[in-house]
Design a protein around this ligand. Structure first.
Ligand SMILES: C[S@@+](CC[C@H](N)C(=O)[O-])C[C@H]1O[C@@H](n2cnc3c(N)ncnc32)[C@H](O)[C@@H]1O
Length: 266
């Protein structure tokens, strides 16, 4: 029987981040860190490289940056924010915004709100970043969130999304494992998650130029499940780092996470 008051995807996501995702337990670890970021030391150098990718994709931009779904304002966001005078953080989670306030201070402007009805004036910011957020929005609403961010950036501005690639080989394996319930064992089923295939971006980013870059060969949970031996992890991440530099187009097809660069016309 359906629940009397079924929660929307957005309400469930907010409840997760306000009560668990951005709340540290007795051990000082947040739900997000425990479920999704439990990293392996063998991929630390690769993760640091990933942290620099958003900044590199926004290089040349300055002025006002909008970060949609900044979460706990991780290092990638701090690096991307450096060249900007002001950073507008919009998140549905109050817990997220209080962490952002502590980390970013006076340089930030903080608004609790949704990407689906973005609290930002038309053409008000120079660039926008939205990392690891869009796939937590209902699949039928994701195009609206993309349009909202494009609306907020000035002409010739840029929006960078970090998103999943459901066609990547490891994502196909993950779907296979999910079928046998392995996903639940990894506690990776805490949140709604749906990713459109890369070709979807051309339609979603109507009238803008879209370039897809490789972002991250695999999630931390995929690493734990598929590469249990440290020596193997070391080899795979060292290889991945060199491969994506030499073959970015192919890596963007193979990697589980992509960075989508959207350039708004002048
Ligand atoms: C997985 S975290 C990503 C945090 C950070 N951007 C990163 O890359 O680590 C997702 C964040 O997006 C926020 N979020 C999810 N849906 C949202 C929506 N519709 N509008 C605004 N923020 C949303 C969540 O509250 C959470 O803080």
């Amino acid at each position: 029987m359906p629940a009397a008051h079924p929660q929307s995807v957005e309400e469930r996501t907010r409840a997760f981040y306000d009560n668990e995702g951005w709340v540290a337990g007795d051990d000082g670890v947040t739900g997000e860190d425990a479920y999704f970021r439990n990293t392996a030391p063998e991929r630390a150098a690769y993760d640091e490289k990933c942290d620099r990718k958003a900044r590199d994709l926004l290089s040349g931009f300055s002025g006002e940056l909008l970060i949609a779904g900044p979460g706990d304002f991780p290092k990638s966001h701090a690096l991307a924010s450096e060249p900007f005078d002001a950073v507008h953080c919009v998140d549905i989670s109050e817990q997220s915004l209080s962490i952002c306030r502590r980390r970013l201070g006076d340089k930030g402007r903080y608004k609790c709100g949704s990407l689906l009805d973005l609290p930002a004036a038309n053409e008000s910011v120079d660039a926008a970043l939205c990392a690891h957020v869009l796939f937590h929005i209902d699949k039928d609403d994701q195009a609206r969130a993309v349009s909202e961010l494009i609306r907020a950036v000035k002409p010739s501005g840029r929006v960078v999304f970090v998103y999943m690639n459901p066609n990547a080989p490891l994502m196909l394996i993950q779907r296979f494992l999910k079928f046998f319930g392995v996903h639940k064992m990894l506690k990776a089923d805490k949140l709604y998650c749906f990713a459109h295939p890369p070709r979807w971006w051309e339609t979603a980013a109507k009238g803008c130029a879209v370039t897809i870059h490789p972002y991250n060969i695999m999630s931390r949970n995929q690493t734990r499940a598929l590469l249990p031996i440290p020596a193997l992890r070391r080899r795979v991440f060292s290889w991945a780092s060199k491969y994506e530099d030499r073959n970015p187009r192919m890596a963007a097809r193979l990697w589980s996470y992509i960075a989508v660069e959207i350039n708004k016309p002048a």
